[in-house]
Ligand binder design. Structure first.
Ligand code: PGA
Length: 892
């Protein structure tokens, strides 16, 4: 067989997959529709190459019937999906330099030894946290087909003609594309929390669970040391209740129960395989006392295995784990145990048995069997995933906590009107309450529905600790946290379920974590944490735990203050927090709440972690992974391995960042940024919050309302009925600007601020020598390259009052040009992405596909808003939203 590996070239892949897609459209849709789509494609490509004007494109689009339109949009969406696939294959090559081995080399050059790096990782904690933020427009079935194609393309790279199952590789790819063409891309039914739990589980169980133990084995080799399990998994799905009334105590139980069931089933499978593998006979190998004891406990009477203590020991472990499974799930495992055993009290006890087997193998001179291998990976898996698979966070809004605590205080006769108290009075009362052993809630009193529901959550959390161990839930995030009382309130609720005990801070099983997300809250963050850590009981609990986490929000700070002010406030806040934590000698862990789009903190995780201010990573970081980013990064095991390794190596490098960068951040550069950020803030707020008619302009110009109808998440699109921009969730805000190709949250205000800065030479110096500023400009540049003011202008025609539209749109367009020109001057380029050829090629390739989709979307929106009731119009809008999001690679 020919085993020459062909180099992956994105363009060749796109041409190949595009041709197969064309074959499928012709075969299933007919030649006529194929010709129409092809005509539009060719005219759009010519137009973007500058060899034709828009006449042919417009003619092609106008000739489409409604049925043709739907087929056309699907065709372009699938093309974009396949282009993304090709790009991800290419991206893997780019990402492959970001591994731990390369990080170790870089550190060695800075004088940091492999041993020191290993020690750092022993105290590290790196957690990607999956959330259900509604920005994934693709149905899971579509993503699965796409992943099969990716796998088949890998076989093709190896020069294989046949799949391991005996199908022709090309025929198999064609078949998958045909399945894609005939799969309905839009969800008809709404998504429930239970669906979100299952979707997340496919990643946790089918990707992370098999991938991580193998990665650790590789890292062990690179470090020549077995690090602790520093990279773990987190999830919000089933625990995040902020603005989602569909998440209840039942959701929490469901999410934890399904995760636990999956992880233990996986261990049982591996144990079964291990039993087959460990066929060592006492005639040829020795076994420790511990293994002999386990073998005896197995109760196995099979004479054929009498001299095989390892197999018998594994049978004993299997029996105990099967009993654990039954205890936790209420079911017998799919492969029942052949003997009986007591359930394990926790995952550590299971690990101890596995380690005993490994030690015996090593002592017996069979060291090769004990290090790594299937047993080594299983031990690593148990350490990393426990009986819970991923740590599930709780999250709720501070307003809810205040109301619930107010209700509890009132009913218990502690305070008649808690909400009327000022901050100092609240803190005093809450601390007094926390110091008392007595509980507030009575089973005989009646409470508001909200109070009952929140109490049910903390009680379910306490039960989860009992069942799956304390690692199942470690953190309670408070959205819109503005004060110390916002945090103490949650401790009061936790205390009701025994999750906060004053006399025994070690039993404070769940850590309260503030989420700071407006510009003002970020400015106050360090002082709030200073006050928090100055409370002796809190300090004591943090000391026992070893650290305190703080979460910072990228999306809402952006919506509040614009792109530049958001990124700078986050940078500043994390540095100020690091200083505040250093004063109290408490280790800090930052949790970065970011989405995929630049307006929500998106961009490469590697670059983002590397660009964190010196002293703010300290080996500890949590980072959200949401929506479309999850499938893009973790859709396949190969991609997941690269992305996880790249997060780990970025964290390692950032933790060792030299203080020279800190000098930049507090010196001239920082002063310049303070000034630029203030100007950008003023300009952004001036447009978004202070311009008459802006709200109407935004709602009519973009497909905001139509996005809210997409069935892509269980949570409602907005927290309240108000139409204020302050109350709109960040996702639909960013999502709708992206569809209209304005991408305003990613750039507005920047041009004005940069242009009015007096020292342009300093800006160029910053762009050259300051990773933070460079990363900020890189993301800005990407956003500008994806935006298009000519297309945006078409969307402006959707605004009813055209004089309003002209007034505001002209201002936006002028600001865009200003930003564009300033960026080129600072980065010394003659056009956008001149120096980033990979991204340039990727975006250029897509633009001819996006424009026709945008043009059709505007027409369909006009018809829909004029009252046309044909269901195909609405479907066309929704499909076009999916298609544009797919082509742009980011939704909201
Ligand atoms: P949130 O998330 O609205 O759930 O706080 C903000 C975002 O990630 O956009």
């Amino acid at each position: 067989m020919n085993t020459v590996v062909k180099p992956i070239t994105q363009n060749a892949d796109i041409r190949y997959l595009g041709k197969l897609l064309g074959d499928v459209i012709r075969a299933y849709g007919g030649n006529e529709i194929f010709q129409r789509i092809e005509y539009i494609r060719a005219s759009s490509v010519d137009r973007h190459r500058g060899i034709a004007d828009a006449t042919a494109l417009t003619r092609g689009l106008e000739a489409l019937t409604l049925d043709d339109t739907l087929a056309f949009v699907r065709g372009f969406m699938l093309f974009s999906m396949l282009a993304n696939l090709a790009e991800d294959r290419q991206g893997r090559l780019n990402e492959s330099g970001n591994d731990i081995a390369s990080a170790l080399q870089q550190l060695a050059a800075q004088g940091i030894s492999r041993e020191q790096a290993g020690e750092l990782l022993d105290h590290a904690l790196i957690v990607p946290v999956l959330t259900a933020h509604p920005t994934e427009v693709m149905r899971k079935s579509m993503i699965d087909h796409r992943n099969h194609i990716a796998e088949l393309m890998r076989q093709r790279d190896l020069g294989r003609q046949e799949t391991p199952e005996g199908d022709g590789v090309e025929a198999a790819i064609l078949r998958q594309i045909a399945l894609l063409w005939q799969t309905r891309p839009l969800r008809r039914e709404r998504l429930y929390v239970a669906d979100e739990v299952e979707i997340a589980l496919t990643y946790l169980r089918d990707v992370f669970l098999p991938v991580l133990p193998g990665l650790y084995a590789r890292w062990e080799r690179a470090l020549a040391h077995r690090p602790k399990s520093f990279l773990r998994l987190g999830s919000w799905i089933g625990g995040d209740r902020d603005g989602n009334p569909n998440v209840t105590a039942d959701s929490l139980r469901l999410a934890l129960g399904r995760a636990s069931q999956s992880v233990i089933e996986n261990y049982l499978d591996h144990l079964h395989a291990l039993g087959q593998e460990l066929s060592l006979s006492t005639e040829l190998a020795s076994a420790s006392e511990a293994v002999l004891k386990l073998a005896q406990d197995s109760g196995d009477t099979n004479a054929g295995r009498a001299d095989e203590p390892y197999r018998r020991a594994v049978i004993a472990v299997y029996a105990r784990l099967a009993a654990t499974y039954t205890k936790l799930t209420g079911h017998t495992p799919p492969r029942p145990a052949s003997s009986t055993g007591e359930p394990y009290e926790d995952a550590d006890a299971l690990r101890a048995d596995l380690v005993a087997i490994a030690l015996s193998l090593r002592e017996g001179g069979a060291g090769l069997l004990a290090t790594g291998g299937a047993l080594g990976r299983l031990i690593r898996a148990v350490e990393t995933f426990g009986f819970h698979l991923a740590t599930l966070d709780l999250r709720q809004n501070s307003d809810v906590h205040a109301r619930v605590v107010g209700d509890l205080f009132k009913v218990a006769g502690v305070a008649p009107d808690y909400l009327a108290l000022d901050e100092a009075q609240r803190v005093e009362l809450l601390r007094k309450e926390l110091a008392s052993e007595r509980l507030l809630a009575s089973p005989f009193a009646s409470y508001a529905e909200e109070t009952r529901s929140e109490l049910a959550i903390v009680r379910a959390a306490a039960q989860a600790h009992e069942m799956y161990g304390a690692a199942a839930i470690t953190t309670y995030i408070i959205s819109k946290c503005e004060s110390v009382s916002d945090m103490l309130e949650v401790n009061v609720l936790l205390k009701e379920a025994g999750l906060y005990r004053l006399g025994d801070p070690g039993a404070a099983g769940i850590m309260v974590v503030p989420l700071f997300e407006t510009i003002g809250d970020l400015e106050r963050a360090a002082n709030i944490m200073r006050a928090w850590l100055s409370l002796p009981e809190i300090r004591q609990a943090a000391d026992r735990r070893g650290y305190q986490e703080v979460m910072v929000g990228y999306s809402d700070s952006n919506k509040d203050g614009g792109y530049l002010t958001s990124v700078w406030s986050l940078n500043r806040a994390t540095r100020e927090l690091a200083a505040a934590f250093a004063e109290t000698k408490t280790a800090m862990q930052i949790f970065h709440g970011r989405g995929g789009a630049v307006g929500r903190g998106g961009g490469s995780s590697f670059a983002a972690i590397r660009a964190q201010p010196a002293g703010t990573v300290q080996g500890r970081i949590r980072i959200t992974e949401q929506g479309e980013v999850i499938a893009a990064k973790y859709g396949t095991r190969e991609g997941a391995a690269l992305n996880l390794e790249s997060i780990a190596s970025a964290t390692l490098l950032s933790s060792c960042k030299q203080p020279v960068a800190a000098a930049q951040e507090s010196g001239r550069f920082a002063q310049a940024m303070d000034q630029i950020s203030a100007a950008a803030f003023k300009s952004y707020r001036g447009l978004v919050y202070e311009t008459d008619g802006f709200k109407t302009f935004f709602r009519q110009m973009t497909p905001l309302l139509e996005i809210a109808e997409l069935k892509i998440g269980s949570r409602p699109a907005s927290r309240t009925k108000s139409d204020r921009i302050e109350d709109l969730r960040a996702i639909p805000w960013v999502f709708s600007w992206a569809q209209a190709r304005v991408m305003l949250p990613g750039w507005y205000g920047v041009g004005h601020a940069l242009k009015s800065f007096p020292d342009q030479a300093l800006l160029r110096e910053m762009a050259q020598g300051w990773p933070f500023f460079r990363a900020t400009l890189d993301n800005l540049e990407m956003v500008l390259a994806k935006s298009d003011m000519a297309i945006a202008q078409r969307y402006a025609t959707l605004v009813q009052d055209q004089s309003l539209a002209t007034r505001i749109f002209d201002q936006i367009r002028a600001a865009w040009t200003e930003t564009h020109d300033c960026l080129l001057a600072i980065t010394r380029q003659s056009r956008l992405l001149e120096k980033n050829t990979v991204l340039d090629e990727s975006i250029r390739l897509r633009l001819p596909y996006i424009e026709p989709l945008n043009l059709l979307q505007v027409e369909l929106l006009k018809r829909h808003r004029a009252g046309e009731t044909d269901a195909r119009v609405r479907e066309g809008i929704q499909l076009s939203i999916n298609a544009v999001a797919t082509a742009l690679r980011n939704s909201g």
